[in-house]
Design a protein around this ligand. Structure first.
Ligand code: KIV
Length: 305
């Protein structure tokens, strides 16, 4: 009935040529083939991205904005990330699935961070977790990695600090701020992070960070001198509403294609051209009268049944 039902392709694992992308394999990609990461929040999108060959699927707390319609990522809860991660993990045959730790799920203490990272791996079926912050979360990352959970760090623009930063603003624009970002990245590496997301920083600062750490850097709005790139799927597919940052390249205008398809659907239903014979099951034979093509329906009141 639906696209993911057994008749519609199934959730059974098809023979798939790619091997699982693991944290150690990603760690080895430093300075090598560029890492590709894309956000995903549901099974179907994750399956399409996984089958296209993306290395990492990030269940970002950006879901608060693009899925839930909030203005920031701050309201997102651990249970919500866990729920979406489970759906994505079911779809990912090869890609490495990273679950984002939402606001206040790791900041309180190293114990809290470990417990909640554990939930995202155990209940959400994530392969690793990502958390925002620098020196101040290094101890938390150490606790998580020592428990056997791989961690991705995130420095530069950290959207969970929206209020402290005064909005979604480019970071590292002066020497002091750039120096702090490099220091933060070094602290994350020392704490055991296997990769670090660099968000919204000038390309020369990203290049400095990439040279300063031995783990891969994954940029978003951080220029070309990173070991990989990440995009929000709704941005790259032209489905985002409202402001789209300049780094969010649209690789396909699917949003306008969806609206055009929806207008076609509405017109077809109203004109009586959908469903056509090929969209209908065979008649049961119980009816005395073979079904005639439906008349154009626009503006016509339906008779009571
Ligand atoms: O939540 C998210 O989607 C992210 C990416 C922008 C890196 O953190």
């Amino acid at each position: 009935m639906y696209g993911n039902s057994p008749q519609g392709g199934g959730t059974d694992r098809p023979a798939h040529p790619r091997k699982r992308v693991t944290a150690p394999l990603l760690r080895e990609r430093k300075g090598g083939e560029a890492i590709t990461m894309v956000t995903a929040y549901d099974f179907t999108m994750a399956r399409l991205l996984d089958e296209s060959g993306v290395d990492m699927l990030l269940v970002g707390d950006s879901l608060g904005m693009v899925v839930q319609g909030h203005e920031t990522t701050i309201p997102v809860t651990l249970d919500e990330v866990s729920y979406h991660t489970r759906a994505v993990a079911r779809a990912a045959h090869s890609a490495h699935v990273v679950a984002d730790m939402p606001f206040m799920s790791f900041q309180v203490s190293a114990n809290q961070a470990l417990e909640n990272a554990g939930k995202l791996v155990k209940e959400g079926m994530a392969h690793s977790v990502k958390l925002e912050g620098g020196v101040e979360v290094a101890e938390h990352i150490q606790r998580i990695t020592r428990a056997g959970i791989p961690v991705v760090g995130h420095v530069g623009l950290t959207p969970q600090s929206f209020h402290a930063l005064g909005g979604f603003k480019v970071q590292g624009k002066n020497d002091e701020s750039a120096r702090r970002i490099v220091e933060d990245a070094r602290a994350l590496e020392q704490a055991g992070a296997f990769a670090i997301v660099l968000e919204a920083i000038p390309p020369d600062v990203a290049a400095q960070v990439t040279r300063a750490v031995s783990v891969p850097t994954i940029g978003i709005g951080a220029g070309t001198e990173c070991d990989g790139q990440v995009l929000v799927c709704y941005d790259m597919f032209g489905m985002s509403l409202g402001h789209r940052p300049k780094f969010a390249k649209v690789f396909a205008e699917l949003g306008s294609a969806m609206q055009s398809a929806t207008r076609d659907y509405i017109a077809s239903v109203r004109a009586g051209t959908f469903p056509a014979a090929e969209n209908c099951y065979a008649p049961s034979g119980a009816s005395a009268h073979p079904s005639a093509p439906r008349a154009k329906r626009s503006g016509r009141k339906l008779a009571a049944v």
